[in-house]
Design a binder for this molecule. Structure first.
Ligand code: CAO
Length: 423
């Protein structure tokens, strides 16, 4: 029997950081890799695991302490015997299991044990990072039975919880598609290659499925006449060099959208507490921009767009899209938005059906502006028309309100809009 010390290891940015959770107590048995404490820097939190098996003899730190590399977390009494016998028992148990029913039975018992333990636990059964992740997806973390020791919930548990809910609601389709998949494999029909999905796409898929399956989406399509706006935009020059200023239509659309959001606050809201019928209306104007990157789609925010000029927004669009493409953007920038714009205008196409960026309630899809013949006051005129596709959460926004919103937005992008003042 010997005493060993577990210290804070070298983990990059985590210097003089706060201990936000202590996950073990004196006398508790721990196995190698069990989480001991959670520490949090400005940007993220991380769990420090045990480096060997044993029994906690003395915890040396508490919540609120600040730690750096080399600080003592706790001492561990290493008997080895106790842990060894538990492991042997588990192996024996596994050897006895001969069929799937038995496996499921054991899983059920383990889950019940976890549930009982969970009831006895204090609120901290998941790290702040995981809690935040669950909150962003609208999941009540207390409904989840964690797969880790003592029912602790990790990110995968949240994902599995959402998948199981989705599976329950679409049982029939699921069974049918499963049958087809199990009957044939793609390689039965020719050569195939199985590749890893990029990480950003994997992360985004959880959000997209959640949004698509929980929000009743409706999309209104419309066209804004931006002839004068385009004349003005393309006439802008740098006052020092005389060269044409490169501001894309998107910067103008951001500004026009803010004006509409001020008039229609329900588009700048979130349904956080549907059970109690509560809606959170935001007083800020942080516009999300869908950015196409080689790693997948990212949605950083243009913060406080109401206080920024169009030129400033134009520059910021370039900066944040470069940061996303070079993976240099802080994760926090993907959260806390008012409404999102997804523009395919630089690529092509007209109308589409954008998926709302949960927990927002609306998203504006923008297509490529084109010159068209429009019948005005008894004659055809050549006008530049911008396709708009506004998807909204029908629980809070009605079709008529969405049509009015589009009318207002069109007005803001049209010849009467005071965008010249906002440059
Ligand atoms: N109509 C016509 N032309 C447009 C336009 C529109 N609606 N929007 C942009 N353009 C033009 C720009 O003026 C620019 O022309 P110049 O090269 O002559 O200056 C060109 O198209 C390229 O613009 P851009 O796409 O580089 O810049 P942007 O500000 O319009 O968009 C960004 C920035 C980050 C939104 C864009 O690069 C991008 O990633 N778009 C894809 C978003 C996406 O994938 N959405 C789908 C999400 S759902 O899966």
């Amino acid at each position: 029997m010997s005493d060993n010390e577990i210290k804070v290891p070298n983990i990059g940015e985590f210097k003089d950081v706060e201990v936000i959770e202590v996950l073990v107590s004196n006398g508790q048995s721990v196995s190698k890799n069990d989480p001991l404490i959670t520490i949090e820097s400005d940007k993220s939190s991380v769990e420090i695991p045990a480096s060997f098996d044993g029994k906690v003899k003395s915890v040396k730190i508490k919540v609120g302490d600040r730690v750096s590399e080399g600080d003592l977390i706790l001492t561990v009494e290493q008997s080895g015997e106790e842990e060894k016998s538990i492991k042997q028992k588990t192996i024996k148990e596994a050897e006895l299991v001969s069929n799937q029913d038995q496996v499921e039975e054991i899983v059920k018992i383990k889950q019940t044990q976890n549930l009982i333990k969970k009831d006895n636990l204090e609120a901290s059964s998941a790290s702040p990072k995981v809690r935040k992740f669950a909150r962003e997806l609208g999941v009540n973390i207390n409904e989840i039975v964690g797969s880790e020791r003592q029912g602790r919930v990790v990110e995968d548990d949240v994902k599995n919880f959402i998948s199981s809910k989705i599976n329950k609601t679409s049982d029939k389709t699921e069974v049918q598609s499963k049958k087809i998949v199990s009957e044939f494999s793609h390689s039965d029909f020719g050569e195939v290659e199985v590749k890893d999905m990029p990480r950003v796409k994997r992360l985004a898929s959880t959000y997209l499925v959640n949004s698509w399956t929980t929000i009743p989406h409706v999309t209104n399509h419309d066209e804004a006449d931006i002839t004068e706006m385009e004349d003005f935009r393309t006439s802008l020059t740098d006052m020092y060099t005389g060269e044409r200023k490169k501001i894309t239509p998107l910067a103008f659309i951001v500004k026009a959208l803010v004006v509409s959001l001020k008039k229609f606050p329900s588009f700048n809201s979130s349904i956080d507490d549907i059970e109690n019928g509560k809606i959170t209306v935001k007083k800020y104007f942080h516009i999300g921009i869908a950015v196409d990157t080689p790693h997948g789609l990212m949605v950083p925010k243009i913060r406080n767009a109401d206080n920024k000029s169009i030129s400033y927004i134009g520059n910021e669009l370039k900066t944040v899209s470069d940061q996303c493409r070079n993976l240099k953007i802080d994760k926090k920038e993907f959260f806390g938005g008012s409404m999102t714009i997804t523009s395919l205008g630089g690529i092509g196409g007209s109308f589409f059906t954008p998926i709302i960026n949960y927990p927002e309630v609306a998203i504006l899809g923008v297509g490529k502006a084109q010159k068209k013949q429009i019948f005005i006051n008894g004659k055809f005129e050549t006008r530049t028309m911008l396709p708009l596709s506004l998807s909204y959460d029908h629980r809070i926004i009605d079709g008529a309100e969405a049509a009015r919103f589009n009318n207002d937005l069109k007005e803001n992008l049209g010849k009467n809009f005071a965008y010249k003042l906002a440059i």
